[in-house]
Design a protein around this ligand. Structure first.
Ligand code: UGA
Length: 437
């Protein structure tokens, strides 16, 4: 099938590459010429494990090409995936200007029978808006253009696998013809027994909000449990494991730490809360989930203060800058929220991250960065672990202890074994875990 993808951010590029990988002919469009030049060379503009290989294969096989021209990208397309950015506006609601513009441009060039897929994370009701734009601007073929909601559930750091072996594919549409086209798009995955859920557009759109908000709620629940465990002398990891062993609860997303960040949860949760309120339903639980999340950073700051007293003039090694392991994405990263707070209090923060160094420097220019964790720790009054990169588990703790000025460590992601850290000579604190005896 001929597939067109508008927008080559995380969702767009992964959609384009995976569509090519399952055999479709794909043209991906973006207005960012610089990014297109990088992509044309077969290089991904962001770090995502496995993406470079897949991108290279897709380009070499002739299944994927890039264009900066919407007309070129959409002419003759059977399906157009709209994957443009939906940044948070000043009031917290998703800014949908790019979605509107992309729709206006796309419908100028597509032929009757084309399916327009809303793939960007958008508030419920967006498909209806897209349909209205079509009705206004292309009344001649409006009855033969089909709008579909097909939310993406990929996780950064595991995006390739999430696209090629998803837990489920969700399609919201209003006509049998649209469902049939989407079945043909995903047939190679359906043949591998991936579940397909077909529903109406509003249910599909709302399900995306519901999933993200519920996952964020699980994490905030674990973080609130961490606060209680600290007061009660219990261990949040053990509590989470016991909770998760009940299949009705499940183990995933119960990891207490510095809280959730990234480009999806913070933006999506706020948009969902505002949407609920606009629909006339007050949903204070969502505001509470957000409050508990920001409390995690406050707690980390308190722990730091108890290690070094005043932050003013102290040197802090911050291990991990990305919002989670496996990505170079620092957008809404709790690690950077923490860094900013420490810098505001007068600390000198030396960060280290296996992938996110450059992005972190762009986002927070007052941050200093080291090229390895040991250089970051040199002369530090406290070492803070802020992202759950697995390689931090293999750090030479004795060497870190030797390099640091004070023997202080705050493990805000509960990554290390408290006993090992203590044995290496650290005064070690983490989030909601019993102190090593
Ligand atoms: C999230 C969802 O998991 C995807 O299903 C969804 O498609 C995506 O948002 C989106 O809407 O586009 P992602 O933002 O890549 O994916 O990251 P997650 O793996 O969900 O992690 C989010 C945050 O929660 C990270 O900061 C992570 O460190 C934190 N987290 C996760 C915890 O603090 N504890 C946990 O137990 C799990």
């Amino acid at each position: 099938m001929h597939i067109s993808v508008i927008g080559t951010g995380h969702v767009g590029l992964l959609t384009a590459v995976s569509m090519a990988a399952i055999g479709h002919d794909v043209v991906a469009e973006d207005i960012d010429h610089e990014k297109m030049e990088i992509l044309q060379l077969g290089r991904a503009p962001f770090f995502e494990p496995g993406l470079d290989v897949l991108l290279d294969e897709a380009i070499r096989s002739g299944k994927l090409r890039f264009s900066t021209d919407v007309e070129d990208a959409t002419q003759g397309a059977d399906v157009v995936f709209i994957c443009v950015g939906t940044p948070a506006g000043a009031n917290g609601e998703a800014n949908l200007v790019a979605v509107e513009k992309a729709t206006q441009e796309v419908i100028r060039h597509v032929r009757p029978g084309t399916v327009l897929v809303e793939k960007s994370t958008v508030p419920a009701g967006t498909a209806a808006r897209i349909e209205r734009v079509i009705a206004m601007e292309r009344p001649d073929i409006a009855a033969e253009l089909y709008v579909v909601s097909n939310p993406e559930f990929l996780r950064e750091g595991r995006a390739v696998q999430d696209c090629l072996e998803p837990d489920r594919i969700l399609v919201g549409a209003g006509s049998r013809r649209a469902f049939n086209v989407m079945r043909r798009v995903y047939q190679p995955l359906l043949d591998k027994n991936v579940a397909l859920i077909e529903t109406n557009i509003s249910t599909s759109e709302l399900s995306k909000h519901a999933c993200n908000a519920f996952l964020a709620l699980k994490i905030s629940y674990a973080n609130a449990m961490a606060r209680i465990c600290e007061r009660a002398g219990a261990d949040v990891e053990a509590v989470a494991e016991i909770m998760g062993s009940d299949p009705r609860i499940g183990q995933d997303f119960l990891k207490a730490g510095l809280g959730w960040g990234g480009y999806c949860f913070p933006k999506d949760l706020t948009a969902f809360r505002l949407l609920a309120s606009r629909l006339g339903y007050d949903f204070p639980l969502l505001a509470e989930v957000e409050r508990i999340n920001s409390e995690a950073v406050d707690v980390a700051i308190e722990k730091l203060r108890s290690c070094v007293w005043n932050l003013e003039g102290k040197r802090i090694a911050l291990l991990g800058l990305s919002f989670k392991a496996g990505t170079d994405d620092v957008r809404f990263s709790p690690a950077l929220v923490l860094a900013r707070r420490m810098i505001e209090e007068g600390a000198v923060v030396i960060g280290y991250d296996p992938e996110a160094r450059n992005n972190a420097l762009k986002e927070l220019t007052s941050l200093k960065v080291a090229t390895n964790p040991y250089d970051a720790a040199r002369g530090a009054h406290c070492i803070v672990i802020a992202t759950d990169w697995p390689e931090f588990r293999d750090l030479d703790l004795a060497k870190l202890r030797e390099l640091a000025t004070y023997p202080m460590m705050v493990d805000a992601r509960n990554l290390l074994d408290p006993l090992e850290a203590k044995k290496a000579g650290f005064h070690y604190d983490s989030m909601g875990r019993s102190a090593p005896s």
